[in-house]
Design a protein around this ligand. Structure first.
Ligand code: GLC
Length: 499
C-alpha cells in the first residue's frame, strides 16, 4: 500500500511532543510491514541540515489569490523512510514548529498541506491513502474531498484523519483558507463556528476518523470531551467511521536492558539494577541517598492538560506527611506552573527537586530509578509517560482518562494490576492513590510483583500491533472511497449522452 503521512512534527527531524513520536514511529512500523510510506512536513528552520542532508526533490506551485506561490521540496531518507520537507513563502525559517498566532500558522499549514498533495502529482506518485494528523493537516483532507474529487489523479485517494488532541482545533482560519481558494465547509454536522476550523475540516471530510485510544474516542462523544464536535463524532461513530487505536511505544528506543542513560541496565528478571539507578539519581539531584525512601517522579510538558494543578498540592501533602518521601519533577512550560514547582522544591529542600528543563537523559534516569511515576492528566488522548514507566518497572499513578485508562490497571485487580488509578480530578483523589501506593511499597515482594507485571506487559505496546490496526483502517477508507467513486461514476454515466 502507498501511504502519504502528514503531521506537523515527526521525530527525529522535528519534535515537540507526542505527535512527533507517533509520526516518527508509525510510518517506520508500516514500512517494516512492507508498505511504501512517505512523510511530508514543513521545512522548519530547526531541522538539522548538517545531520539530515536534505536533497532537492521537486518544485511546484500552490495557487493563491495574491499570486501563485512556489513550494520547494527537499527529501531526506532516514531509517528507510522518505521525509519530504516543504519550503515556501508562508513557512518561516524560524527555529520553531508552532508559531505564536494563527496569522503565522494558518497560512503555514494550509500551504504545507496543499503543497504536500501537489507534490504527489509532481512526483507522479498517487498514494492509496492520505493519513492526516491533527488540525494542521485538515486542509489536505478537505481539498481532497472537494477539488480533489473532480481530479482523476486524486479522486481515488482515500483519507484517514487522526485526532491527537482535539483541544488544538485552529478555528477562525477562514481568511487564510479563502486566500488558498478554499471556502469554509458546508458539511451538515459541523457547528457554524467550526466551518473554518482546520480540525473541523479533517473531522468532517475524511473518509474515516480515529483517535489515539479507545477511551478518548468515547470521551470525545460527550460535550465535555467533544468540545463542540461531539455531534459530528457521534454520527461518524454510528456510521462505523470513528474509532480509537492505541498508540504504540518504541520498544527499541525505550528498553531498560539497553538504555545507555542508565547507570545499571536491567530487565524483569533482574530488578536490582534499579537500586543502583535510584542511588545515582538521588546523587545527581542532590537528594539524600536513602535506598528505601519512596521516590516519586513526574516527566511532563507543564501545561493545563497534564494535571500539575492537582499534582503539586498532592505531592506537597505527601512530603509533609512522609518526611522520608522524595519527589522530582522534570519539564518546561507555563511560567506559573514552573513557579509553583520552584516553590515546592524550596519548601522541601531535602525532599523535592524541580528540573525545569528539557533533559532526555534525566527523564530516562527517572523512569529507571523512581518507584512511582505520576500522570494525573485532566485529559489524555493516549499518553506516553505511563507506557514508558511500565516498560521500566516504575509504577504509574494515573487518572482514569483517555489512553491512561486503556493502559494502566489498578493494583487492586488481582493478577492484572500494574499501577494505581484514580477517577476524580482533584488533589485528594490523587493523594489517596499515592497513599495506597506507598502502603503497598511497604510489602517488597508484592511491590516487585507489580513492577514485574508492568515490565512483562509492556512488549504488548509495540508499534507493530498499532500499525496493523491502522492498515485495517486504511483498507476501510479505501473501500469507502471506492464506493463513493463508483457512485459518482454511476451518476455520470446515467447522464444522457451527447446527441
Ligand atoms: C498528544 C496527546 C497525547 C498523545 C499524543 C500522541 O500530544 O496529548 O495524549 O499521546 O498526542 O498521539
Amino acid at each position: 500500500m502507498r501511504i502519504l503521512f502528514l503531521a506537523a512534527e515527526a521525530a527525529p527531524l522535528a519534535k515537540v511532543g507526542g505527535l512527533g513520536d507517533v509520526a516518527g514511529a508509525l510510518p517506520a512500523a508500516l514500512a517494516a510491514l512492507g508498505h511504501d510510506v512517505r512523510v511530508a512536513l514543513p521545512f522548519y528552520g530547526l531541522i538539522d541540515r548538517a545531520r539530515f542532508k536534505p536533497q532537492p526533490a521537486a518544485r511546484l506551485t500552490v495557487p493563491h489569490v495574491g499570486g501563485d506561490q512556489t513550494a520547494r521540496v527537499s527529501v531526506v531518507r532516514h531509517g528507510g523512510i522518505l521525509f519530504y520537507l516543504i519550503a515556501g513563502p508562508p513557512i518561516p525559517r524560524a527555529r520553531r514548529v508552532y508559531g505564536v498566532s494563527l496569522a503565522e500558522d494558518g497560512p503555514k499549514f494550509i500551504f504545507y498541506a496543499l503543497a504536500a498533495l501537489g507534490l504527489c502529482r509532481a512526483l507522479g506518485w498517487a498514494p492509496d491513502v492520505l493519513h492526516a494528523n491533527d488540525a494542521h493537516t485538515g486542509p489536505a483532507v478537505y481539498w481532497l474531498a472537494t477539488d480533489g474529487a473532480r481530479d482523476p489523479f486524486f479522486r481515488a485517494i482515500a483519507s484517514v484523519f487522526t485526532i491527537h488532541n482535539l483541544l488544538y482545533m485552529s478555528p477562525g482560519a477562514g481568511p487564510y483558507l479563502r486566500a488558498y481558494g478554499l471556502a469554509p465547509s458546508d458539511a451538515p454536522l459541523l457547528p457554524d463556528w467550526a466551518r473554518d476550523s482546520l480540525m473541523g475540516l479533517g473531522l468532517a471530510h475524511a473518509d474515516v476518523v480515529n483517535t489515539v485510544s479507545p477511551t478518548y474516542a468515547r470521551e470525545t462523544l460527550t460535550p465535555e470531551g467533544g468540545l463542540g464536535f461531539e455531534g459530528l463524532l457521534w454520527a461518524r461513530q454510528a456510521a462505523g467511521e470513528y474509532s480509537g487505536i492505541l498508540n504504540g511505544l518504541d520498544l527499541a528506543a525505550w528498553d531498560p536492558a539497553r538504555d545507555r542513560a542508565l547507570k545499571a541496565r536491567y530487565d524483569a528478571a533482574r530488578l536490582e539494577g534499579r537500586v543502583i539507578n535510584k542511588r545515582a539519581l538521588q546523587r545527581a539531584l542532590g537528594l539524600p541517598a536513602a535506598p528505601r525512601a519512596p521516590l516519586v517522579g513526574m516527566v511532563a510538558r507543564l501545561d493545563g492538560q497534564k494535571g500539575l494543578d492537582i499534582a503539586v498540592p498532592a505531592v506537597r501533602a505527601l512530603l509533609a506527611a512522609r518526611p522520608e518521601a522524595q519527589a522530582v519533577f522534570l519539564g518546561t512550560g507555563a511560567a506559573a506552573l514552573e513557579a509553583q514547582l520552584r516553590e515546592l522544591a524550596r519548601d522541601f529542600p531535602r525532599q523535592a527537586r524541580a528540573a525545569l528543563r528539557f533533559d532526555a537523559e534525566l527523564a530516562r534516569q527517572i523512569y529507571g530509578g523512581a518507584e512511582l511515576v505520576l500522570v494525573p492528566s485532566r485529559f489524555e488522548p493516549c499518553g506516553l509517560s505511563q507506557m514508558i514507566a511500565l516498560r521500566y518497572g516504575a509504577v504509574p499513578v494515573v487518572r482514569r482518562t483517555g489512553g491512561l485508562a486503556d493502559t494502566v490497571i489498578d493494583a487492586s485487580q488481582p493478577r492484572q494490576g500494574n499501577g494505581f488509578v484514580f477517577a476524580d480530578y482533584n488533589s485528594s483523589a490523587l493523594l489517596r492513590a499515592l497513599q495506597r501506593a506507598l502502603a503497598l511499597y511497604q510489602a517488597p515482594s508484592r511491590w516487585q510483583a507489580l513492577q514485574r507485571r508492568g515490565l512483562r506487559q509492556a512488549p504488548r505496546f509495540g508499534w507493530e500491533h498499532s500499525a496493523r490496526a491502522y492498515l485495517a483502517l486504511y483498507q476501510q477508507a479505501i473501500t469507502q472511497r471506492k464506493e463513493a467513486v463508483d457512485r459518482l461514476a454511476g451518476t455520470i454515466t446515467d447522464l444522457p449522452g451527447p446527441g
